[in-house]
Design a protein around this ligand. Structure first.
Ligand code: PEP
Ligand code: MG
Length: 325
């Protein structure tokens, strides 16, 4: 089986009926890009930049960040590289950053909330990202967006940095795409409004599930609630994809769910454009997608979403799709 997958490394991802989707890798540092390519990644769908900030004594400089982003972009050649701005807070702390003691860190001061509160820190990262965008297919993505106002404020800061770069004749990609993660249920609910002001969405199911179900993603005792197949989660995903497509924008998914065998047929049927996962899941997923009929999956997904529980939905996909391959 490994050998069969290996033959798929250089193949573009196509369903049985010829629909193209993109299979991308999640990475945590620029060196991971090599392994992503060896595993057949067509893009980087999520570059978590936290590694640059963690295990150090101070914030990384603009130059350090620039080198890391440029290295990732160059390693991927012309392929897209979606780089997520700092997603610190929640469970991820920095020794050199004084953080408030919070009762609910996952509902608190983290990610874009922190970045908008510390514009000098955020702008350093944006400047490094923009400069690196001259060297490859970089796209910028903001995490944890919950309101239009946050998106607009982040874009305003990005514009300020762009103006400054232009004034100093420092090159960057003027057509750089900017997108957001959809991982807060509020964002999923206003996806129609957000879609008008972004180039793309990437659905972060790891967080979207925990916030939708009000169940900590690390807490074993409530793990029965943490279910990617719960109809509430799937309906939110359906709504997000619809909203984006109505505005002509593409939608990816970079949560763990994107690489789950039982989820892939549903996500394909709902129209997901890009699936981003750990590199080692890519070939298995390409092999699966090759056997699926995208137009058939539209009906399968609709049937599945009408069911009453995650268990029912899993069983339905197992019986009607997976067992027939
Ligand atoms: C997510 O929330 O789905 C996601 C991809 O981000 P992280 O796992 O880094 O929170
Ligand atoms: Mg997240």
């Amino acid at each position: 089986q490994k050998e069969m997958w290996a033959r798929l490394v250089k193949e573009a991802t196509k369903t049985k009926d010829g629909k193209r989707v993109e299979l991308a890798a999640n990475i945590g540092n620029p060196q991971d890009a090599v392994q992503a390519l060896q595993n057949g990644a067509e893009a980087i769908g999520l570059f978590r930049t936290e590694f640059l900030y963690m295990g150090k004594a101070q914030f990384p400089t603009e130059e350090e960040q620039f080198e890391a982003y440029k290295a990732a972009a160059q390693a991927m050649g012309e392929k897209p590289v979606v780089i997520r701005t700092l997603d610190i807070g929640g469970d991820k702390e920095l020794s050199y950053l004084e953080m408030p003691k919070e009762l609910n860190p996952f509902l608190g001061y983290r990610a874009i909330r922190l970045c908008l509160d510390r514009p000098e820190l955020f702008k350093t990262q944006l400047r490094a990202l923009l400069r690196a965008s001259a060297y490859g297919g970089i796209k910028i993505m903001y995490p944890m967006i919950a309101t239009l106002r946050e998106l607009r404020r982040a874009n305003q800061l990005l514009d300020e940095v762009k103006t400054d770069l232009r004034n100093n004749h420092i090159p960057f990609n003027e057509n750089l795409e900017v997108g957001i993660m959809i991982e807060v249920p509020a964002a999923a609910m206003i996806a129609d409004q957000l879609a008008k002001e972004v180039d793309f969405f990437s659905i972060g199911t790891n967080d979207l599930i925990q916030y939708t179900m009000a169940a900590d993603r690390m807490n074993e005792q409530v793990s029965y609630l943490y279910d990617p197949f719960h109809p509430a989660v799937l309906r939110l995903i359906r709504q997000v994809i619809k909203a984006a497509h109505q505005e002509g924008k593409w939608v990816g998914m970079c949560g763990e769910m994107a690489g789950e065998e039982l989820a892939v047929p549903i996500l394909l049927g709902l129209g997901l454009d890009e699936f981003s996962m750990s590199a080692t899941s890519i070939l298995r997923t390409r092999h699966l997608l090759k056997q699926l009929d995208a137009s058939e999956m539209v009906a399968v997904a609709e049937q599945a979403l009408a069911l009453e529980s995650g268990e029912d939905i899993r069983a339905y996909i197992q019986e009607h799709v997976i067992s027939k391959l």
